[in-house]
Design a protein around this ligand. Sequence first.
Ligand code: THG
Length: 294
Amino acid sequence: MILIGESLNVMSKKIGKAFKERDPKPIQEEALMQKEKGMDYIDINLGPAKKDGHELMPWVVQTVQEVVPDIPLALDTSNIDAIEAGLKVYQATPQPPLINSIMARPERYEKMIPMAAEYNADFIALMWGPEGLPRDENERAALAVELMYAANEAGIENEHIWFDGVVTPVNVQQDQVMSLLNFQMMLGDMAPGARSTCGLSNVSNGAPSHLRPILNQTYMVMLKRYGMYSVISDPLDEQLTDIAKGNRPDIEEVIYAVMDGEEPEVSTKELTDYVKTAKVILGHTLYSDSWLEV
Ligand code: THG
């Protein structure tokens, strides 16, 4: 599982302030920390950055590349000019940079797909259409095919497309969480050779903070089983990184058992908690903020 660090993010107080003041130190410390924690990519998340994104993005790209020139970067903003300005100054990395993201809306992808082709960038194909979030896996699939055709037409092969079916919070839209698993299952046949990713932490948005890691970890294992190639994740969640890198087959095994409808025999509190969490995500147990206590 490829990991894309989520925390170089305008929403973080420290990083937001450093972006605003053009203070390189907190940004470079964050980038070095993410590398040290084993992140394969770093997501530079500016948010909408409507006003000065076209100046901010190239500055952040250069600031990060000064200290971690070997880590590929994901450029995350809805400001198209900011992405292009970032790609202009981008120094080549072992893997191409990643445009985060291109929505399945013609007025956006007609501009952005040629940009990806021009700069030899990979891109995240976001399953967010003219009407917003797709209602189910079939709507996700229709948007995926639309973006894939447009990219292939522009000479971009599937291996450069990272499909993101959009993760939604489990405590409000349990059926959407299942829809993404189903979409993930279809993707291999629909888009041979393509990659996939998602904003994993979205699944635990709104949950109490001490319960977010186990929700994120459990959902990641489920998505991985259906072929998820990468996740945008919290670099400080070391257990998540450990599981992602294949070091916890015991955890994967009990979650798979629940997915297969079995009642796995578990001997530790740790594994029992993963069993309970898997049941909540699959909808076998109703979501409540106290699911580990029942
Ligand atoms: N798909 C794609 N890109 C994305 C997302 C996606 N980029 C943004 C987001 N979703 C993924 N990144 C984050 C970053 C932070 C958090 C969640 C997802 C997060 N942060 C903590 C919080 O809000 O409580 C802490 C913030 C802080 O540091 O203060 O949850 O879906 N392609």
